[in-house]
Design a binder for this molecule. Structure first.
Ligand code: PRX
Length: 654
């Protein structure tokens, strides 16, 4: 973020307190802060009591082997039972859990009792395929109810799921299956995107051909497209539908693995973030109840995320279902068949609580006020934002145009690693400033520190750290305990280093400033510069590549790549648009379409320090068309002129 933008942010002095009506009915009151402050662990024990435990826990936290935490020691529970069965047992079997809407317009309402049957059948099917507690199952699926059923079925039998976003490439899927040694892949024939059926199964076939750990592939029929069939493949409708709807959920230890979710780090290899059961579910449910103010008997909740990301895990599957929410699940894109699809959904389903990302909000701003204004959005009573800093203009637009000026906005900061929301206003308590996530939730220890790990105090800027362990914290990186310690716990002793820069304003409100490492945030998704560089370098024509995240009005950051071609690539090719297209497609095939660079520049040299480190800051300046910063540490300052000259030659705007 530029200094000018930062200065503007910190002079933001509009404040929006909750309305008296909202505050009067809110789940969370200011007393939560006092309770958590006076007895933090007692507070978390109380939050854990919202769940049903098969065996009660004896101790809240064991931090003796830090940074490897154990929460709710001695407790056992079944996560799927907590999300489904207990609501049926409590008499809410007829309440709708999922209001599904497919992109083509097909609808399906699923009650909690139907969900219980579906999850039980799927659990029986997984057992028939030989999947047992402790196994890993890869899920590569569109946003359809079966994806949620598949996740819950894994949880029910104690197998850890590893959901891989269906927009990722076959190669990304392969490496994740391989890292976790998954025994089963659950997928679909295809998914509906922008009005057409996009195949999914071929990517799975390619990945599975190279991953011998996979014994079977369970395939949901969604689009009806023709698929190749191998002897590992089983149709969901053949195997699952014929199973018994009776399944007795076994209770697992609070620390039993629930899922692995891969996220980009600063090296080319994604990290398998491991979450376990009791602590994760406790905090997912606690935050969902208090930050979104869920009233299970009245609200219609909609989180627009995909289950391929952590937001989908915690705020579509586990948090809302543990709290007995009724929620909308939508399969497709916001512009199909028209650019008002989301507002049409809000109106038709009477959505009351709505959770989305700043990149989507900015896109809608661009599309114009008429689209939301042509719908009755008066059912909305709370709006949420996640994934990247929300700029004050977008915050104000969200509040006025979507929220009609009456809905509190919760700007929620958290990460795949934190498992659940850590920093956010409480909607009936906190007076919000547009663009600020305000402060740590009750029970969470957070600070902004300088290089020496000293708190910066109000008015200061530095690194965001978490100062106390929390229930839904990651328990490690799958198969790599050293990397876990090194990445998060070595920078500041005894504190979790989040990788984000932040400032505290004069009132102590927090302003998130984006990543301080080599990780980009594109439309709220984390992509590492190294990962994209490795993908580029794996192309025959590329000798070296440097990638930076450049400011982008809509997506937050856009990926800009600088490449040096190998000797021997003919000049004609080097200058041609075709090469840039090929390189973008190559990155798409290696990682996924979301990682395709916005712009690729073919350059003769890259700016490096004398020790050979690429100076990304300078490249970012070039990519953002800023005047060049300090180049005195450059081995060869003239290099920047060369790069600047080549600036527009290789751009590609599609
Ligand atoms: O940089 C922060 C940004 O997203 C990162 C976490 O990305 P991921 O693990 O993919 O999870 C995204 C959804 C929780 C953080 O390190 N981030 C997330 N939420 C916010 C945010 N930045 C500013 N404000 C937020 N509300």
């Amino acid at each position: 973020m530029s200094n000018e933008a930062l200065e503007n942010l910190l002079h933001e002095n509009r404040v929006f307190p909750p309305s008296p009506e909202f505050a009067a009915q809110a789940n969370a009151t200011a007393s939560l802060y006092d309770e958590a402050a006076s007895d933090r662990l007692g507070f978390w024990a109380e939050q854990a009591r919202y769940l049903s435990w098969a065996t009660d826990f004896e101790q809240v936290l064991d931090w003796s082997d830090a940074p490897f935490a154990k929460w709710f020691i001695g407790g056992t529970l079944n996560v799927a039972y907590n999300c489904v069965d207990r609501h049926v047992e409590n008499g809410f079997g007829n309440q709708i859990a999922i209001r599904f809407e497919g992109e083509p317009g097909d609808r399906r309402d699923i009650t909690y009792s139907e969900l219980k049957d579906e999850v039980s059948k799927a659990a029986n099917a997984l057992t028939e395929l030989g999947v047992t507690a402790g196994d890993r199952v890869a899920i590569y699926m569109p946003m359809i109810p079966e994806a949620i059923v598949a996740m819950l079925a894994c949880a029910r039998i104690g197998a850890a799921h590893s959901v891989v976003f269906a927009g990722f490439s076959s190669e990304a899927l392969r490496s994740r299956i391989d890292d976790a040694q998954a025994v089963l892949v659950i997928t679909a024939d295809g998914q509906n995107r922008r009005g057409s059926a996009m195949p999914l199964k071929p990517a799975v076939d390619e990945a599975v051909a190279q991953t011998p750990s996979v014994r079977n592939v369970l395939v949901v029929r969604r689009t009806g497209s023709d698929v190749e069939w191998t002897d590992k493949d089983v149709w969901w409708h053949d195997l699952v539908e014929s199973q018994s709807a009776e399944h007795i959920p076994e209770a697992f230890d609070a620390e039993h693995p629930l899922f692995i979710l891969y996220t980009s780090g600063t090296t080319g290899k994604p990290k398998g973030i491991l979450h376990t059961s009791g602590g994760y579910l406790t905090q997912a449910a606690y935050t969902h109840r208090n930050v979104f103010d869920l009233k299970p008997d009245e609200d219609v909740y909609w989180c627009t995320a995909d289950i391929g990301w952590v937001t989908g895990h915690s705020y579509i599957v586990y948090g809302p279902l543990a709290n007995r929410a009724t929620q909308v699940v939508y399969e497709g894109t916001p512009d199909t068949p028209n650019k008002d699809r989301w507002w049409d959904i809000v109106e038709r389903h009477g959505v009351t609580l709505f959770y989305t990302a700043p990149t989507a909000i900015r896109t809608f701003m661009k599309w114009g006020d008429e689209l939301p204004k042509s719908h009755d959005l008066s059912s909305l009573r709370l709006l949420g934002s996640v994934g990247e800093p929300i700029n004050p203009e977008a915050w104000m637009w969200y509040r006025e145009v979507i929220g009609g000026g009456r809905c509190p906005i919760v700007d929620t900061w958290w990460q795949t690693e934190t498992g659940a929301i850590m920093i956010s206003p409480l909607p009936g308590v906190t007076a919000c400033k547009p663009g600020s996530a305000m402060g740590a939730l009750p029970g969470i220890g957070m600070a902004v520190v300088d290089d020496e790990a000293q708190p910066v105090g109000n008015g200061g800027g530095g690194y965001l750290v978490l100062t106390e362990p929390w229930p839904s914290m990651l328990r490690g990186i799958w198969g790599d305990p050293e990397r876990f310690q090194e990445t998060y716990w070595s920078r500041f002793s005894g504190m979790y280093f989040a990788g984000d820069g932040a400032k505290l304003d004069e009132d102590g409100a927090i302003w998130l400033l984006g990543r301080v490492d080599d990780v980009m945030n594109v439309s709220g998704h984390r992509i590492s510069t190294t990962e994209v560089e490795s993908a580029l370098v794996s192309h025959d024509a590329v000798a070296e590549a440097a990638v930076v995240g450049a400011a982008d009005e809509t997506t937050g950051q856009g990926i800009v790549a600088f490449v040096i071609l190998r000797g021997g690539v003919p000049e004609e090719t080097a200058k041609g648009e075709q090469l840039v297209k090929d390189l973008r497609n190559h990155v798409g095939a290696e990682i996924g379409p979301i990682a395709k660079p916005r712009q690729i520049m073919v350059v003769p040299e890259l700016p490096k320090t004398r020790s050979g480190k690429i100076m990304r800051r300078l490249l970012r300046d070039v990519a953002e068309h800023r005047d060049m910063g300090d180049v005195t540490t450059l081995a060869d300052p003239t290099v920047m002129n060369l790069i600047a000259t080549g600036l527009d030659s290789g751009s590609d705007d599609d």
